[in-house]
Design a protein around this ligand. Structure first.
Ligand code: MOS
Length: 734
């Protein structure tokens, strides 16, 4: 189905199942421990051996010699895979560093060997016996030191730089100016389930049970890396314990499990240990962001400029931190620039709303600072500079844009009118209390997505698609969509996901999964409705599917009757045409935060948070809310805690475990509320929905920073805002 005209009335609009707050249908499997995650895929027939990954002990250089003698002789060892004996390896389209390094070393903890043994403990013990001599080379590990060597780097299909009007002239001539630089640190995904895979060969066919967000990309890149045809690779990933972007691409353990299984001639399972995760895989790159805003005294932006620097391995991508500044506020004269320098740290890549999440951490403090300079309320300042068209390309309207309503609704709900705009004025016992606001923004990307739907003689529907559920609720909204389309209750639908034998979906990334994958199910169900009507001798144009029955004219038949002579199966793929190009599609939020800052110790506590979201139709308010409050907690982590500490001499992340890398959890935030505006977006898809998962993080961090400023009068521009950055500047404790 091609989607290129705005959606009209359709069966989803009945909202009997879709749009209802619904428990996750996969929940009971997870709470009873019966959902098979990659590492605990318990097929006794598999009898897997265990692989343990050896990571490079240097960040840059080469292996001079590798001595495997003692490791090979260790108890239980079946095979040792290295670049020297693995045969020629290719590279996945989306991999930057080689997944099995050597002799060249591209980053610290790059995998250089896999030791396969009968037990995990034997593999680990033998891995410690692998002796490697390195020739260490000098690398670049400090973004600030190399930023000026950065080169313009495109943001996917978007240009590195944009420019409208005369930014320099307008900024220089602006009566009120802000010129400030903000930094965000390297951050780790730190999802709960580590990277894990089990690989098994049958002849030249490979099956990998893994934990991956994008099944088709994984199949393609496993095949490319192992230099084999993609149709001989099966990827299975039905349950995923969090991805956060770190599982968008195939990683070391999947490739090494396959190579280990080939060498040991039996299935092999490999999980990265937690300390390996931080340097072996990917992370969110640090940024340095300079923002300049010029405005008239009455608060109209006349010039806005955003420059961002980040670093990555050669062939890596920049952090797209300027993305939202191209779209969020009006202003006739504007410019953005993205520069990327080469660093020899582990690969930087997509993490938890790449681009907008760190970009808004800078932009939305800048907006707060500018409002303060102007003496205008920060909500009012944002509203004054709202735009209903892409400010760089005014001929492109937003499909929907209700940012102003998000901010106004949030202000009412949060009690914004009680905010004291002069900082440091509100005390509650030992706490200085402040509230802050930030706009939330995240693009709504659309990408084609396929599904297959089967009706059986009992009236059960089975949906199959390679879509993944990374803890987001995909199973449930896909089930809801099929139930709504076919006029049955949710318990009549079986959803099967995460298998490359199923039709290729959008996968889970960039908050596109919910809208796109359900649209693919919508398309397949449209075909199934036609097939069912035909079987029943009904006219599909006027057939109504409701309560397990199909009605056409004055005739009614049970839905199941269509499958009396055999299953009825339909498959289709939604494809997005011109609309996606004609309209700017984005999602919006107003983030509100109240913090307390201990007047003596500068300890920071978030007291309450609110997000008001405008993101099209909300398919399942319960799982959507879970997504948004999770994103808000990540925003708190980014604002207050999360930071990979770099050893700038040796080039690695020092705090590579969950004792040293701290994340926020819901218990850190006593009160969180989410409001979804009642919105549908017929431009976005036949579901009239949009992405919402990543909107929760986008803007939340800056709202925390702005609340801290309101509480203390201290402006911190370098994240995370740890108490040492406040302590010397705290107001008098008297
Ligand atoms: Mo998301 S960071 O594109 O999984």
């Amino acid at each position: 189905m091609k989607f290129d005209t705005p959606a009209g009335q359709n069966p989803i609009d009945k909202l009997k199942v879709v749009g209802k707050a619904t428990d996750r249908i996969d929940g009971p499997f997870k709470t009873t421990g019966t959902a098979p995650y990659a590492y605990d895929w318990h097929d006794p027939k598999l009898k897997p051996a265990y692989g343990f990954v050896v990571g490079a002990g240097i960040a840059k250089g080469r292996i001079k010699a590798m001595n495997l003698t003692s490791a090979k002789a260790a108890q239980g060892v079946l095979a040792i895979v290295t670049a020297g004996n693995a045969g020629k390896l290719g590279k996945g389209k989306l991999n930057i560093a080689t997944l099995l390094g050597g002799p060249e070393i591209e980053h610290y903890h790059q995998a250089v060997a896999l030791v396969v043994a009968e037990t995990f403990e034997q593999a680990r013990a033998a891995a410690a016996l692998v002796k490697i001599d390195y020739a260490e080379a000098k690398g670049a590990y400090d973004l600030a030191a190399v930023k000026d060597t950065g080169k313009p780097e495109k943001l996917g299909p978007a240009p590195a730089d944009t420019s409208v009007g005369d930014f320099a002239g307008a900024f220089a001539g602006a009566p009120i100016q802000l010129d400030a630089t903000y930094t965000t640190p390297d951050q780790a995904h730190a999802m709960m389930e580590p990277h894990a895979s089990i690989a098994s060969w049958e002849g030249d066919r490979l099956t990998v049970w893994t934990s991956n967000q994008m099944i088709a990309w994984a199949a393609r890149d496993v095949a490319a890396t192992l230099d084999m045809p993609q149709d001989k690779v099966r990827i299975v990933s039905p349950f995923i314990g969090g991805g956060f972007g770190g599982k968008l691409f195939v990683r070391t353990e999947a490739i090494l499990a396959a190579l280990g299984a080939r060498a040991a001639r039996r299935p092999v399972k490999v999980a990265l240990t937690r300390p390996m995760m931080f340097n072996n895989t990917v992370h969110r790159p640090a940024t340095i962001q300079r923002i300049r805003i010029g405005a008239t005294p009455d608060g109209m932006i006349t010039a806005i400029g955003h420059e961002s620097w980040s670093g990555n391995l050669p062939d890596g991508k920049p952090e797209a931190a300027v993305q939202q500044t191209r779209l969020l506020y009006a202003g006739a004269n504007r410019m953005t620039q993205t520069r990327m320098a080469t660093l020899d740290l582990p690969e930087g890549n997509a993490m938890r709303a790449p681009g907008e999440a760190p970009g808004l951490m800078a932009l939305e403090i800048a907006m707060d600072e500018m409002a303060e300079k102007l003496g205008i309320d920060p909500i009012q300042f944002r509203i004054l500079n709202d735009t209903q068209v892409d400010p760089e390309k005014p001929e492109r309207p937003f499909s929907q844009r209700n940012l102003v309503q998000c901010l106004r609704t949030g202000a009412d709900r949060f009690g914004w009118d009680k905010r004291v705009s002069k900082p440091g004025q509100v005390r509650d016992g030992r706490w200085l209390v402040g509230i802050g606001v930030a706009a939330g923004f995240r693009n709504n990307q659309v990408t084609k997505s396929g599904a297959r739907v089967r009706l059986d003689a009992k009236g059960m529907l089975t949906v199959e698609t390679d879509m993944t559920d990374i803890g987001t609720g995909s199973y449930t909204i896909i089930g809801q969509t099929a139930a709504e389309m076919m006029g049955v209750t949710l318990d009549r639908v079986i959803v099967r996901l995460g298998d490359s034998d199923f039709p290729v979906s959008s996968g889970s990334g960039g908050q596109w999964g919910a809208n796109c994958s359900t649209s693919g199910v919508f398309a397949a169900c449209e075909k199934l409705r036609e097939a069912v009507s035909q079987k029943l001798g009904f006219n599909s144009a006027d057939a109504v599917f409701e309560d397990g029955q199909v009605r056409s004219g004055n005739r009614t038949a049970p839905l199941a009757q269509a499958a009396a002579g055999g299953d009825v199966v339909a498959e289709d793929t939604i494809e997005f045409g011109d609309l996606a190009k004609k309209y700017q599609q984005s999602t919006f939020a107003g983030h509100f935060v109240e913090v307390g800052v201990d007047v003596a110790t500068a300890e920071i506590r978030v007291r309450r948070m609110l997000a008001v979201c405008a993101a099209g139709r909300i398919l399942n308010p319960k799982s959507a809310r879970n997504q948004v409050i999770g994103g808000m907690a990540m925003g708190v982590g980014a604002a207050l805690m999360e930071e990979l500490a770099i050893d700038k001499r040796r080039g690695f992340f020092v705090n590579h475990d969950l004792a040293g890398y701290e994340v926020a959890v819901h218990a850190d935030i006593p009160h969180q509320e989410v409001i979804f505006l009642d919105e549908v977006d017929p431009i976005s898809s036949p579901m009239k929905a949009k992405g919402v998962g990543e909107l929760g993080i986008c803007g939340a961090g800056a709202a925390v920073a702005n609340a801290i400023h309101n509480a203390t009068g201290i402006r911190v521009r370098d994240y995370p805002i740890t108490l040492d950055k406040l302590l010397d500047r705290m107001p008098d404790a008297a």
